[in-house]
Design a protein around this ligand. Structure first.
Ligand SMILES: N[C@@H](CCC(=O)N[C@@H](CS)C(=O)NCC(=O)O)C(=O)O
Length: 206
């Protein structure tokens, strides 16, 4: 398997899952700043121009964070990345979809790429402020859902890998103070050996 990723991007959530699984895999860095995701070498693999992109052992390509995370969990049951119970599975997918589709795509994309939301440069601050509002609302929702729990659905699951990457963006990039349960979850995640290995490999470790 080969993970195509950019250090510090949302792909870090998939990278940490590969470390949790512990089977050999390759990585290939994609330089998003230089626009490598729009060049034929990358678009011939993933025409969506996005990381994470997973090239599987049979050569087939899987994209979209939730799909990759779900497939990794289902094909590596020994790693216990998804509970067996259908209700808990649905809760994990529910949380992961909210993180990716709302907190990241609606919130952070406004902060990182305001020009995608308005052609008018004068709108930039307002677009970013709206993005931060969406992210903060998401954090409040996740914080409530973590109350009295170590991880989102009880034991560690793929949903925690998703929550971790947006917590990382909030804490390390925006220098925000995370709400208490998210801050404790972020700390708990940082203490996992698999997360530490991923952080080292991506050059993100403090
Ligand atoms: N919906 C996609 C989002 C992936 C995504 O937005 N990736 C960002 C990095 S965090 C990216 O590759 N951006 C490059 C670009 O849009 O040019 C997923 O769930 O995997």
């Amino acid at each position: 398997m080969k993970l195509m990723f950019a250090p510090g991007s949302c792909a870090l959530g998939i990278h940490l899952l590969l470390e949790e699984i512990g089977k050999p895999y390759e990585t290939q860095r994609v330089n998003l700043q230089e626009g490598a995701q729009y060049k034929p070498e990358f678009t011939s693999v993933n025409p969506k121009s996005k990381v994470p992109t997973l090239v599987r052992d049979d050569g087939s390509v899987l994209t979209e964070f939730p799909a990759i995370a779900y497939w990794l969990a289902r094909t590596n049951p020994q790693a216990k990345l998804l509970p067996d119970d259908p209700d808990a599975q649905a809760r994990a997918l529910e949380a992961m979809d909210y993180v990716v589709a709302t907190m990241h795509m609606q919130g952070f994309t406004r902060i990182f790429r305001p020009a995608n939301f308005s052609p008018n440069a004068a709108d930039e601050d307002a677009v970013k402020a709206r993005g931060k509002e969406i992210f903060e609302k998401g954090l409040a929702v996740m914080d409530k859902s973590l109350a009295g729990k170590e991880y989102l659905v009880g034991p560690f699951s793929i949903a925690d890998a998703a929550l971790f990457y947006v917590e990382f963006w909030g804490a390390a990039r925006l220098k925000m103070e995370l709400p208490a349960n998210c801050a404790a979850h972020y700390k708990r995640m940082l203490a996992r050996p698999a997360v530490q290995r991923m952080m080292q490999q991506e050059g993100l470790a403090a």
